[in-house]
Design a protein around this ligand. Structure first.
Ligand SMILES: C[S@@+](CC[C@H](N)C(=O)[O-])C[C@H]1O[C@@H](n2cnc3c(N)ncnc32)[C@H](O)[C@@H]1O
Length: 256
């Protein structure tokens, strides 16, 4: 039976914040998926295989980690993604899965600290997300991660850059062909006071030259491993042995 509309909290569209990824969403998978898919398997694959209670994906985006979790574990997956355009891509990809796989994944359209998840997972992952949070938002995330994990649960987080860049650093996103078009992009990082300005330039080329070009700027906040570890320790997390890849911090939630 359909719920009556008076039972459903309805968010008027005007109240939603503008999508931070409005431009990048179109280019995210075509330009970054291949490299990142391998990285996600390397960073988190082993932990995910050991999950029994559930896997929490904080900042699921278009589903890079979510899909790896569904493939590598039989446990339920909790994908938390507040931004509508990224979540739309995630939903479309999930909708194409066989029903028996789809029943294992739940999508939460909120920030983790708004999602009220309690002890749903024994493995939590936060990939390529924390760097984009202001320090206050980052610190608000950790108690919500602790709430969402069972005692003893493992949390793996990709660390922000340790420090501000010197000068300007450009990272080219390898061009990809789709039909008659070539998609390309680059990320340009530079320091701005205590933040990192991260500008993404995208373009689409056809036979006649550039057909479309866009720019979208994000901000990142650097934080050291020790700083993040200290924040997590205040929420009951203890460090696990350092991993082969220093980009990822692994902690375990102590008994509460
Ligand atoms: C750069 S994207 C990375 C997405 C995905 N993890 C990946 O690596 O492909 C960061 C995502 O985190 C989401 N996000 C930002 N703040 C969040 C929060 N407090 N809780 C959960 N997700 C958040 C954003 O909406 C965005 O989709």
């Amino acid at each position: 039976m359909l719920p009556s509309l008076s039972d459903v909290p309805v968010v008027p569209p005007g109240r939603e914040a503008p999508d931070a990824y409005a431009i990048s969403a179109e280019f995210y998978d075509i330009l970054q998926a291949d490299l990142d898919r391998a990285r996600v398997r390397r960073f988190y694959g082993r932990a995910v295989r050991g999950a029994r209670r559930g896997v929490l994906d904080v900042g699921a985006g278009t589903g890079r980690v979510t899909f790896m979790c569904l493939a590598r574990s039989r446990a339920p997956v909790f994908a938390v993604e507040p931004t509508r355009c990224m979540r739309s891509l995630l939903m479309t990809r999930l909708a194409a899965l066989p029903v028996d796989v789809r029943t294992r994944v739940t999508v939460y359209p909120y920030r983790l600290d708004e999602a009220a998840l309690r002890e749903v997972a024994d493995v939590g992952i936060c990939h390529n997300t924390v760097a984009c949070l202001r320090p206050t938002a980052r610190r608000a995330l950790w108690p919500a991660v602790a709430d969402a994990l069972v005692p003893g649960g493992v949390f793996l987080v990709q660390l922000p850059p340790e420090r501000l860049p010197d000068g300007e650093a450009t990272h080219v996103l390898p061009a990809q062909t789709m039909g008659r078009h070539e998609y390309g992009g680059r990320m340009v990082m530079s320091a701005d006071a205590d933040r990192i300005r991260t500008r993404f330039d995208y373009w689409v080329r056809g036979e006649s030259g550039v057909l479309r070009a866009y720019t979208e700027t994000f901000w990142m906040w650097p934080a050291s491993r020790a700083e993040v570890l200290g924040e997590l320790a205040q929420c009951g997390f203890v460090p696990l042995p350092e991993r082969a890849d220093p980009a990822v911090l692994a902690v375990r939630l102590g008994r509460r």
